[in-house]
Design a protein around this ligand. Structure first.
Ligand code: 3AM
Length: 184
């Protein structure tokens, strides 16, 4: 086995990661009255996030290349209004999303995608749909269609590591970048 094959890989993704106060606001909403009738396994609030781009299990070199892409990205701050609830029957997840996806968010994801291409990552074929998964093994019955909007002021994005533990999944922010190029 070559050293690249034996090297432990990290499962990584780029995401929007909420600040503590927003996380609490999301928790209040998602565990509150409108969701009392919803069936499924609740995502723990510490894991709330919006995936920008799933990267997969990466070697050290692949991770370094993805970080270099993030280093070069520039963009504008924007507000993401979370105001609708969706359900995907395939993965059986319920999510909180946006009726209107900000252009700055689309540009960010497109720029990431383009940069990652240069690292040799396979292109993401699924269209980007920002969503915050809050129920897994969910059923659509009992979910509200819309909610009182929560406004997320976005001024950075993060590289997150996902680890599977015996009973749960754990996400840790490794690095984050603001849109003017400073690393937070
Ligand atoms: O953003 P959410 O929570 O919906 O389902 C995984 C999770 O999605 C997804 O990446 C996010 C962070 O783990 N994910 C896991 N494996 C994936 C894969 N092979 C994947 N997305 C695309 N392809």
């Amino acid at each position: 086995m070559s050293s690249a094959e034996s090297e432990p890989r990290q499962r990584l993704f780029f995401a929007l990661w909420p600040e503590e106060s927003l996380r609490r606001e999301l928790q209040r909403l998602l565990t509150g009255e409108p969701f009392k009738g919803a069936a499924g396994r609740q995502v723990v609030p510490e894991n709330y996030h919006i995936t920008l781009r799933y990267l997969g299990p990466l070697t050290r070199e692949q991770r370094a290349c993805a970080e270099r892409v993030a280093d070069t990205l520039r963009g504008e701050d924007f507000q993401l209004t979370l105001d609708r609830v969706g359900y995907w029957p395939g993965p059986r997840v319920a999510w909180l999303g946006s009726a209107q996806v900000p252009a700055a968010l689309r540009r960010l994801v497109e720029a990431l995608e383009k940069g990652l291409e240069s690292c040799g990552f396979e292109a993401e074929r699924r269209p980007f749909q920002p969503h915050l998964t809050f129920l897994r093994k969910a059923r659509p019955k009992g979910l509200p269609v819309s909610v009182s909007p929560i406004v997320w002021p976005v001024d950075r994005f993060a590289l997150v590591r996902s680890r599977t533990l015996p009973e749960s999944v754990r996400y840790d922010v490794i690095r984050s970048w603001s849109f003017d190029g400073t690393v937070k």
